[in-house]
Design a protein around this ligand. Structure first.
Ligand code: TXA
Ligand code: MG
Length: 317
């Protein structure tokens, strides 16, 4: 792919207007959301969406999440069941993606859904994302703004490191507050089911619906098409549930442990989620060849963190 100049835009009125123009022209803009930076394109434009796959080096069977400004806009593209409506009312805007039946003639590029008859949609809760979606006025397909298989970006600098020269622009909106991707709930069938643990804890969704939700029992089974096992990979090897760190290892701690980096010295899962990807990026920058990670409790945001860490530790091709 030939290199293009990547413009860094401010998150102000001019920057947002410029970014919306890039979408109208069929270009790619990386922008901040509360979870991670997304790499956006007009979801109705086949060529623009194809550029996302090319920039990320992403296998094309992997469908994308469409970002919309508000719940009203979702009705233009999807059928929304009662259960989906309850979740939408409780958690949108926010770190939740719903997989819903796609309306016929919704005008979404088939490259976005990878030919599925469902669509993953999200209304993000970040002022820059909201302003950009409102200014553009259309659906924005956006995977995380990292090269395929690499760590998701939580700062503009991470995006630049991975994709500079391959995308038209980045809106620099600082650090993402949540730090792990959205929770994906499949509401296209009779029983809702969690496809990916993420920024909204499973417990919160279950409390909202008053029922237990099915979750993927085996992390080696990709339930969402994009849940490839080896993913989020730093350069070094990753050892999980480490109760001590060997001399050759770089420690990624959690709680009161002595480690080179610590996700949350006080053992706070929200803080750990927000730090996770930035610290994996930092381990790369430090040249860590063997990474050992403290045990992380498997509840609340800990589930999303453990899911990402298992993928980071998985055998690689
Ligand atoms: O927080 C997030 O969700 C971020 C920000 C940018 O919104 N986006 C993100 O996108 O994480 P991405 O492309 O890295 O992950 C999207 C996931 C993939 O695992 C994909 O397989 C799944 O969503 N997905 C998309 N459409 C789907 C569908 N129709 N059915 C099932 N899974 C779907
Ligand atoms: Mg991703």
């Amino acid at each position: 792919m030939s290199q293009i100049e990547t413009v860094i835009l401010k998150p102000d009125t001019n920057g947002i207007a410029e970014a919306a123009l890039v979408f109208w022209r069929g270009g790619l803009v990386a922008f901040p959301t509360e979870t991670v930076y997304g790499l956006g394109a007009d979801a109705r434009n086949d060529v623009a969406v194809a550029k996302i796959y090319a920039a990320k080096g992403r296998p094309s069977f992997n469908p994308l999440i469409v970002h919309l400004a508000d719940v009203a806009a979702v009705h233009n593209y999807c059928e929304i069941s009662d259960v989906a409506q309850r979740l939408a009312a409780a958690f949108w805007p926010g770190a939740m993606t719903l997989v819903l039946p796609l309306l016929q003639d919704a005008g979404i590029s088939k490259l976005v859904t990878a030919g599925l008859d469902t669509l993953a949609v999200r209304v993000p809760d970040h002022v820059v994302a909201q302003n950009l979606l409102a200014e553009f006025g259309g659906p924005v397909a956006a995977p995380s703004a990292n090269p395929s298989g690499r760590i998701s970006p939580t700062t503009a600098a991470h995006v630049i490191a991975g994709l500079s020269g391959k995308i038209d622009a980045i809106v620099d909106g600082g650090t993402c507050g949540v730090g792990v991707e959205s929770t994906i709930v499949d509401c296209s069938g009779p029983v809702p089911c969690i496809l990916r643990a993420g920024g909204i804890p499973t417990e919160a969704l279950e409390a909202c619906l008053g029922m237990a939700l099915a979750t993927p029992s085996d992390p080696t089974t990709p339930t969402s098409p994009g849940q490839l096992l080896s993913h989020y990979a730093p350069q070094g090897s990753v050892r999980l549930n480490a109760r001590h760190f060997d001399a050759h290892e770089t420690g990624l701690g959690f709680g009161a442990v002595d480690a080179q980096l610590n996700l949350s010295p006080s053992g706070d899962l929200v803080e750990a989620a927000a730090n996770l990807f930035a610290m994996l990026h930092r381990l790369d920058a430090m040249g860590a060849t063997a990474i050992a990670v403290s045990p992380i409790p498997d509840h609340g945001l800990g589930r999303a963190i453990n899911d990402r860490l298992k993928r980071a530790a998985a055998p690689r091709d």
